[in-house]
Design a protein around this ligand. Structure first.
Ligand SMILES: *Cc1c(COP(=O)(O)O)cnc(C)c1O
Length: 356
């Protein structure tokens, strides 16, 4: 195997050897009792991770596919996009490219979505759905999901679509309690699996709305996907190695316990934030810093590309800033199966690079 730095990128992240090994199991047919048993087991575990009694859909695609699917299934005409960074922008762009009339409600990068503003936006009416990025991976901001959900839920006809791609499994997301209609996630972030697969929860209300919707397409038709899910079957040929890996990893996530997992993420984030505050600054607005990814404000004006390559020589990989923030920030992913101890080793290595 070639030398490889440890991934502290905010997706993909490190994958445990046991999970990688599961992916090399011999292939099984995706039509048969063995598959059905595995899919049912994965779905039962996934519902506990999403904290929902609703339907969970499995998708052999990254989450961007489900973001597009969500628009095509649930937005007849107008969607309201609560945007605080690049991934919120992406969802707006997807909606525009799908021929919807998406309205962008933006706050400056680094700031969190303000529930009061959401209330004002919704007062104008006329929306089919509200799209929110729970944890904005480009700026290290976690939006106040609970407060925003409370505002959205005052409008019974609106569908609430949440991108929890970089939060599910690392930061609490209570789908049923908050009344989230669609919650989507990729596996390569806080779920700590190899990239290339995603999943989402869908409420009954949302499925009813989808059934009335025209032009849902096929591969990301949430109605078809939910029918397959009910039968414990994939819609089309799935990435079977991913299913092997997901089965192993979801069982482990629930063995650790969601609350313990969230607490571990909070400890890792606390250490990284303390490190960053002392040496640089935090890009995220105070009180909304993410527990899965820290976006460090490059207040010392170091050359980020040099810093990253010298850190890589020491065996660690973090990410530069996203898009326009490339040199103004760098990002540390402390998510998935990392531990406070592995984070400490990263912080020590970053200090060596900064000092030398
Ligand atoms: C990574 C990410 C995405 C895109 O997910 P893909 O798996 O790359 O399609 C969307 N939203 C957020 C918040 C992300 O972190």
């Amino acid at each position: 195997m070639p030398e490889r730095p440890l991934l502290f990128t905010p997706g993909p992240t490190e994958v445990r050897p046991e999970v990688l090994l599961a992916m090399s199991r011999p292939v099984i047919s995706h039509r048969g009792a063995e598959m059905e048993e595995m899919v049912r087991d994965i779905l039962a575990h996934a519902k506990r991770i999403f904290r929902t009694e609703g339907t969970v859909l499995l998708s052999t695609s990254s989450a961007s596919g489900l973001m597009e699917g969500a628009i095509r299934n649930f937005v007849r005409r107008r969607s309201l996009h609560l945007i605080c960074g690049a991934f919120g922008d992406r969802w707006w762009q997807i909606a525009a490219d799908c021929g919807a009339e998406p309205k962008a409600s933006r706050v400056d990068p680094g700031r969190a979505v303000d529930p009061d503003r959401v209330d004002q936006e919704l007062a104008t009416g006329g929306y089919d759905a509200v799209c929110l990025t729970h944890n904005e991976t480009s700026t290290g901001v976690t939006n106040p999901l609970e407060a925003i959900a409370a505002v959205v839920r005052r409008h019974p006809d609106l569908l609430f679509l949440v991108d929890a791609v970089s939060s599910l499994g690392g930061i609490p997301v209570d789908v049923d309690r908050l009344g989230i209609d669609v919650c989507l996630a990729s596996v390569q972030k806080a779920l700590a699996l190899p990239p290339g697969f995603s999943l989402c929860s869908v409420s009954e209300r949302a499925l009813a709305a989808a059934r009335r919707q025209k032009g849902r397409g096929y591969y990301f038709d949430f109605v078809r996907l939910s029918e397959s899910s009910t039968k414990g079957m994939p819609l089309a040929t799935p990435s079977v190695p991913h299913l092997f890996a997901i089965q192993v990893q979801f069982a482990q996530i629930l063995r650790e316990g969601l609350e313990a997992r969230f607490a571990r993420h909070a400890v890792m984030a606390g250490r990284v934030r303390a490190w960053a505050r002392e040496r640089f600054g935090l890009f995220a607005e105070k009180g909304f810093e993410s527990d899965t990814v820290t976006c460090v404000a490059n207040t010392r004006k170091i050359r980020v590309a040099d810093f990253l390559s010298r850190l890589r020589q020491r065996g660690f990989q973090v990410s530069n800033g996203y898009g326009a923030l490339k040199e103004a920030t760098f990002r540390i992913g402390h998510l998935g199966d990392h531990t406070p101890e592995s984070v400490d080793r990263l912080l020590a290595a970053m200090d060596e690079v900064l000092g030398g």
